[in-house]
Design a protein around this ligand. Structure first.
Ligand code: GDP
Ligand code: CA
Length: 321
């Protein structure tokens, strides 16, 4: 069985880790292709940082910081402290010493002419994803960056997504998101092909605007999802109408969408077959033929995530004619 999952960082990585754990018991030969968001990517200290891909690498590789959901376990910050002493910013984006080595390796290889896909494959091999039957693909090899348009004193100003999300904690009202370079981007090798040939496609509970929404904006991805024969099952990132972590609600407000599981399903209604919501959102309705099931959606442990992934696969099976 070939399963494709689109993914942002924390919510996606936890779900895919649960999916792998579930499959290890039920279908060890199943292969997972993860299409990761690269709109969050940023260049800091001259190094290319891919936060969502790194969260996937570390979480699936078993070396992530589970408490924060991003970065490495047992991390130290000596390089960042030393750079701060030289007056080198940023101080608002945590770059740990172990993590920095990933960004150095990536930047070096990109500089040698490797594509982001090729670089990601090298990193994924080290962390055991390849051996575990997980292929991690960036959504595109073309650099794209999500920017957030803010209004300050009646003037519009755009900042990098990370500056809004991390430094401003998404507390300044966003007017809209602009993903620079996205309209000219092409899907990375394997992305459209894997969607077309998938047996099941899963949308984990990633941010519907700045994670899944950005991947859907890569030319060809949305059409491939509309056209694929595979059942497409999504998991709501909102529980009781609120994000579990982060400010998906602020992102939804910026694009004029209410923070409800029903409204998020509406963003996918042109290709979605089935939608998992939490029992606290059991009143969710979805348009057309979208089937809705309620199951506990909180992933506090790998076991909980595995149970959730199993429910998503059951729902996919129930959808098949
Ligand atoms: P990011 O790129 O690190 O922000 O991560 P994602 O885009 O992959 O996921 C962020 C979303 O995951 C947020 O909107 C959260 O509400 C959602 N999320 C995080 N943990 C859970 C969980 O345990 N259950 C569910 N249903 N959603 C979660
Ligand atoms: Ca992200």
């Amino acid at each position: 069985m070939n399963i494709v999952s689109l993914s942002g960082g924390v919510g996606g990585a936890r779900f895919v880790r649960g999916l792998r754990a579930h499959l290890d018991v039920t279908d060890p030969g199943a292969r997972i292709t993860v299409v990761g968001n690269t709109g969050d990517d940023i260049t800091l200290w001259g190094l290319r940082v891919c936060p969502d891909l790194d969260t996937l690498l570390y979480t699936l590789g078993g070396v992530g910081n589970d408490e924060d959901g991003w970065g490495r376990a047992g991390e130290s910050y000596r390089v960042q402290a030393e750079l701060a002493a030289y007056g080198v910013p940023p101080d608002w984006f945590g770059l740990g010493d172990l993590d920095v080595s990933t960004h150095i390796a990536r930047s070096l290889w990109l500089g040698q002419g490797l594509s982001l896909s090729q670089v990601t494959a090298r990193l994924a091999a080290r962390w055991g994803l390849t051996a575990a039957g997980v292929t991690l693909l960036p959504m595109t090899d073309v650099p794209v960056e999500t920017h957030v348009v803010l209004e300050e004193d009646g003037q519009e100003r755009a900042v990098h997504f990370q500056e809004w999300w991390v430094r401003m904690r998404a507390e300044v009202r966003a007017r809209r998101f602009v993903v620079a370079g996205l309209d000219r981007a092409t899907a990375a090798p394997g992305v459209l092909e894997s969607i077309r040939s998938a047996d099941v496609i899963l949308l984990p509970p990633s941010n519907p605007v700045v994670s899944i929404g950005v991947i859907l904006g890569v030319p060809g991805v949305r059409d491939a999802l509309r056209e694929t024969a595979a059942p497409i099952v999504g998991v709501s990132p909102l529980i009781g109408g609120r994000p579990v972590r982060g400010r998906a609600d602020a992102c939804l407000t910026a694009i004029g969408i209410p923070s409800t599981a029903t409204a998020v399903a509406g963003l996918y209604e042109d290709f979605l077959d089935a939608w998992l919501v939490d029992p606290s959102d059991a009143d969710t309705t979805a348009r057309g033929t979208v089937r809705v099931w309620d199951r506990p959606l909180l992933m506090r442990t790998v076991d909980e995530a595995a149970t959730l992934a199993g429910a998503a696969l059951d729902l996919a099976r129930a959808h098949r004619p």
